[in-house]
Design a protein around this ligand. Structure first.
Ligand SMILES: *Cc1c(COP(=O)(O)O)cnc(C)c1O
Length: 397
């Protein structure tokens, strides 16, 4: 039976490493420690939403982030009481209502979303906690950075701020824990999302950061409190100390699966486990797998394992996010790989075994010639946990 294995010790190690980096944070203008917001979207990056969230909480994480209403509700229904923010802004009434009823911090990234939040707050007679989302060049959720006036206008329209409270602006700007009470919306944070932080030569992130700070200053000048500020995802958090502000949103780093070089000693989390179903010996010249792409060069002992690309094995991330010159670079690399015939391996009893022939939808064959391998032995596949079907059991051990 297949499962997705999560090594508890390794995951604990990664949480510790990330916390240590956060604690060493140089910038602490409000003398508060850097808040880690653990992103658990996409079924907890494949580690199982509820199991993963509880593991993080048990290891000292006190703030979670999700991307969908479903994820937020699922966490609450399973008994998670930690602070949760929904990172996507929504102006859909039903969604805002569900989020508000479940005490989820919402993101407000448009006038529509703001007005809807207010409508729902009044309807439920409840104060809704929210973070403002600013689009600094991602082109998705958030108030556009180049339309600051519209954002402030919209906020002022819904704000019942007491003028007297805003006289001492200099005092207020130095504090980040003050909140902005609108009619029934309490703004406790302001954030933005970077589009290229994993990229090596990354001028754009700095540009996005500057745009963000510029918007934050503008909000403050207009008497709108911005709450905790955050822009970093994993790559930016690790790479750019100066961008950490009050909080960082960390996802992939917990899994040690970064798009930047892992110089932090983070361990890879999440391996697909299957078991050897059959073993057999093939004579020299025998074909293995679809399209006869592999022929045994000598007598070969193989293990047949019921696990394939439908389980996420050797499925790589789509590359359409890259620019033309990156695409060309990747094509060149693919061609090089083709001639090098990059071998794929699985791990059986701690031994690296080469995959022979094409990977099937649900099956692979591995070379175990001269190796101590038996039927039912555990086989580990290095997969991206996110691609592993959520119906497959997540096993923390
Ligand atoms: C996914 C996501 C993150 C976390 O990104 P990682 O690179 O996995 O750390 C942070 N913020 C937002 C808005 C996200 O959608």
């Amino acid at each position: 039976m297949k499962s997705l294995l999560v090594n508890r010790q390794d995951l604990k190690h990664n949480i510790r490493v990330i916390k240590e980096i956060a604690e060493k944070n140089g910038r602490s203008d409000n003398h508060k420690p850097l808040q880690i917001i653990a992103v658990v979207k996409g079924n907890g990056y494949g580690l199982g939403l509820v199991q993963y969230a509880n593991f993080l909480i048990d290891n000292g994480i006190n703030f979670l982030a999700v991307s969908t209403v479903e994820e937020a509700i699922k966490l609450r229904e399973s008994g998670v009481i930690t602070k949760i923010i929904m990172l996507s802004s929504t102006a859909i009434e039903k969604e805002v209502e569900l989020l508000a009823n479940n005490n989820i911090i919402i993101s407000i990234g448009s006038k529509d979303a703001l007005q809807m939040a207010q409508k729902v707050a009044i309807k439920l007679n409840k104060t809704i906690e929210a973070h403002l989302k600013i689009d600094t060049g991602f082109g998705r959720y958030g108030f556009c950075y180049d339309k600051k006036d519209e954002m402030v206008q919209a906020l002022k329209e819904t704000t019942k701020t007491d003028e007297a409270n805003n006289t001492d602006k200099t005092e207020k700007t130095n504090k980040t824990d003050k909140t902005n009470e609108t009619a029934n919306i309490k703004i406790t944070g302001t954030f933005s999302h970077l589009s290229l932080a994993f990229y090596e030569k990354d001028k754009f992130s700095k540009q996005q950061f500057d745009r963000f700070i510029d918007c934050v200053e503008f909000l403050k000048q207009n008497g709108i409190e911005t709450g905790m500020l955050h822009i970093c995802n994993s790559s930016a958090f690790l790479k750019y100390k100066e961008m950490r502000l009050n909080a960082v949103r960390v996802g992939s780093a917990f899994l040690g699966r970064l798009s930047i070089p892992n110089i932090y000693g983070l361990k890879k989390i999440g391996f697909l486990k299957s078991n050897v179903a059959e073993i057999k010996i093939l004579q020299k010249g025998y074909n293995i797998g679809y399209s006869n792409s592999y022929t045994a060069k000598s007598q070969t002992k193989i293990a047949i394992i019921p696990c394939g690309y439908a389980d996420g094995f050797n499925v790589s991330v789509q590359r359409d996010m890259f620019r033309i010159r990156d695409k060309i670079r990747y094509i060149v690399r693919d061609i090089k790989d083709y001639f090098k015939k990059q071998d794929l391996y699985v791990e059986i009893n701690g031994q690296k075994c080469k995959v022979l022939g094409r990977i099937g939808m649900y099956h692979v064959s591995a070379d175990i010639t001269g190796k101590d391998v038996n039927i039912n032995d555990e086989v580990l596949f290095n997969v991206s946990p996110m691609y592993v079907d959520s119906s497959i059991r997540r096993e923390y051990r």
